[in-house]
Design a protein around this ligand. Structure first.
Ligand code: IMP
Length: 201
């Protein structure tokens, strides 16, 4: 597979994400360049699954650049709420990206269904690699846990304050970032991606 020694477009406009992925790719002599740097627009996320959204973002960047492209999509899934917020995780926080709005909506919707006690949830992350010949390889990671109210912990982002991973008694926002980053959905998806690169480059 023709990536080694070449460029890989990271289909993200988030500089932090691109730097992090770049560091991860350094053992493979792959140079990460961001879609933003190349002037590639962000497509609308019209998919109804993480895989669909990750694949459409990866394909969009590959077609715009003619280079292999990597995209990710992630979110929080609450099976008792029919999988919500799921692919709409970012959108539930509204235009102001205020996650307290999303937390209240989760609390309200669980109460409306008379659901109390331990509520199972998981974070999912799909990474999709689209090659210039159009072939796509997708890798999925997941971390299981429970929804915890009231929100707690000052670290992390997004839904971290209301998610306690199985085997721990603090939320993602209450734990050391290194621990979160070693057990997260993103870490598991990346492990699979890296093992694919080890076998295929
Ligand atoms: P994406 O950027 O389209 O993948 O949207 C991901 C959204 O899912 C983010 O805005 C967060 O709301 C949520 N999310 C994904 N991963 C995490 C995480 O590790 N902690 C907290 N929230 C997350």
């Amino acid at each position: 597979m023709k990536i080694a020694g070449g460029k890989l477009v990271i289909a993200s406009h988030n500089a932090g994400k691109v730097r992090e992925i770049g560091a991860l790719l350094s053992p493979f002599a792959i140079q990460a360049v961001s879609a933003g740097e190349l002037g590639i627009s962000e497509p609308e996320e019209t998919g109804t699954t993480f895989v669909e959204n990750a694949e459409l973002k990866a394909r969009h960047s590959m077609e715009a650049s003619n280079l292999p492209a990597l995209a990710d999509d992630s979110g929080l899934v609450i099976p008792a709420l029919g999988g919500d917020p799921g692919v709409y995780s970012a959108r539930w926080a509204g235009a102001g990206k205020d996650f307290s709005v999303a937390f209240s909506r989760i609390e309200r919707e669980l109460a409306a269904k008379n659901i109390s006690g331990k509520v199972a949830a998981y974070f999912a992350c799909v990474l999709s690699l689209c090659l210039p010949d159009g072939k796509i390889h997708s890798f999925e990671g997941r971390v299981d846990g429970t929804i915890t109210f009231p929100p707690s912990g000052g670290a992390g982002f997004g839904y971290d304050p209301i998610f306690t991973p199985d085997g721990y008694d603090v939320t993602f926002a209450g734990m050391d970032a290194n621990i979160k980053n070693s057990i997260s959905h993103r870490a598991h998806a990346f492990e699979q991606f890296v093992s694919f690169l080890e076998k295929n480059t």
